[in-house]
Design a protein around this ligand. Structure first.
Ligand code: IMP
Length: 434
């Protein structure tokens, strides 16, 4: 049986506007599950005059009847989760055991992970990765190391947590003192705080893999909500300037505990241009007036860190690669309105290296890549009020069509503003949408 599930993945370097599209697709789903990353993500949802920025809680919380799942592949930060839950409750959004399930097998982000993230970056100086300092890399390091990891099941079991955390934290203190000359962390205070956090989340902790497998077997529809973007994937991105989890659709199965066949239709999200936060290769970057104009018009400042994002032209060569990697069925093209007002728009159709066209995009070999551009006419009209493809100026229609051709996949949705209503339904085949 073909799965009715939907997987939403970013096809660039993150921040492709996943929050808005996940929120829209939630209308036709029963579960929304996160399978990768952690509080490094920043998903924005605008509902009426209210703006919400979620880092860890899945975007399905805004819809009644949806079960939101934090899968085993997530680096789970209980301090962020508890804060986010209470902020949502203060704003009238219900979050609790009835609509949020946290995997007992997810790995916990501890204060020493965040500290190590910052200390390590500081030590790397100019060679730093430019992380979000949310402790993501060190948490996944401990996961792979096993003996120094704390899983959610242990966090909520005080008898297990207390001795284990004391021992691990003491070892981290020694390590940080010798490597980074860092002051010791207050272990007693940390134990006290994490025992309390464990108690608060305990009612929501469960075997989410079993829950999702049963849901899929029962014909329920699951939306897998990717974090970051495929070019930040730890295996397939621009290593080492990547995050530490499998963020492409390849990560769904392992990170949610479902078979690969559960991935379903894959919706790849792209911006109409490209952005990147942190260090690393970005061949189409426009470190000039064009990039600055895109940054200001698109409010391209990080949801998680507030950092200005690097901005540049749409890279169809890179997106064709990430689309192939995740088996993308259709794309959602976000922020098309930001390009209004440019006389001409460039699209990268390939790379040259040493004067020769490169055949395959290789995220591991980005040195010396020069983008080859095709230039399309721009449009001057404000398109934020357009609600059908036909209402878009001819040049904007031609731009969308060229993106489809170059990437080799249809554009299902076009977003022309942050509001739920500012969405154009184009070639989508996702069933059930009103
Ligand atoms: P980390 O995930 O905090 O370790 O950061 C590693 C790299 O991924 C850095 O370049 C971050 O800026 C980038 N990154 C992590 N999460 C996001 C995201 O949600 N959007 C965009 N970039 C991200």
């Amino acid at each position: 049986m073909t799965s009715r599930n939907v997987t939403v993945v970013g096809l660039q370097w993150g921040d492709e506007g996943k929050g808005k599209i996940v929120d829209a697709l939630t209308e036709v789903c029963d579960y929304v599950a996160r399978y990768c990353g952690g509080a490094n993500a920043g998903h924005s949802v605008v509902i009426g005059d209210q703006k919400f920025a979620l880092h860890l809680i899945p975007c399905g919380v805004f819809h009644k009847g949806i079960v939101n799942v934090i899968g085993n592949g997530v680096a789970f930060d209980p301090a962020v989760a508890v804060k986010e839950i209470s902020q949502l409750r203060e704003r009238g959004i219900e979050v609790g055991p009835g609509n949020l399930a946290i995997s007992a097998a997810a790995n916990v982000v501890m204060p020493y992970h965040k500290l190590q993230d910052s200390l390590s970056e500081e030590r790397l100086g100019d060679g730093k990765i430019g992380t979000t300092a949310r402790g993501i890399g060190p948490c996944y390091c401990d996961k792979a190391n096993r003996s120094t990891a704390i899983r959610v099941a242990e966090l909520i079991d005080e008898a297990v947590l207390v001795p284990k955390l004391r021992a691990i934290a003491a070892a981290k203190n020694e390590l940080f003192a010798s490597v980074y000359k860092a002051k010791p962390m207050d272990i007693a205070a940390m134990v006290h705080e994490y025992v309390a956090l464990g108690r608060l989340i305990k009612p929501m902790v469960t075997n989410t893999g079993a829950m999702l497998r049963k849901a899929v077997a029962a014909g329920k529809r699951v939306l897998f909500e990717g974090g970051q973007g495929s070019l930040l994937d730890v295996d397939h991105g621009t290593f080492p300037f990547v995050t530490s989890s499998s963020v492409s659709a390849c990560g769904v199965s392992a990170g949610a505990g479902v078979p690969p066949s559960a991935v379903g239709q894959v919706l790849g999200l792209v911006k109409a241009y490209t952005t990147r936060v942190g260090s690393g290769p970005f061949p189409t970057e426009q470190d000039n007036a064009i990039g600055q104009a895109i940054r200001e018009r698109g409010h391209e400042y990080g949801t998680t860190t507030g950092r200005p994002r690097r901005c540049g032209w749409f890279d169809a060569f890179a997106v064709r690669y990430t689309g192939d990697l995740s088996g993308v069925d259709e794309m959602a093209l976000a922020l098309l309105d930001v390009l209004s007002g440019l006389d001409e728009i460039n699209i990268c159709v390939g790379y040259k290296q040493g004067g020769r066209m490169v055949e395959d995009f290789d995220a591991a070999c980005m040195d010396g890549m020069t983008p080859v551009y095709e230039t399309l006419p721009g449009w001057s009209e404000d398109i934020t009020a357009c609600r059908t493809f036909g209402e878009l100026p001819a040049a904007a229609q031609a731009y969308v069509a060229r993106v489809e051709q170059l990437v080799g996949r249809p554009v299902g949705f076009i977003s022309v503003g942050p509001e739920r209503t500012q969405t154009i339904r184009h070639h989508t085949k996702i069933e059930g949408l009103r």
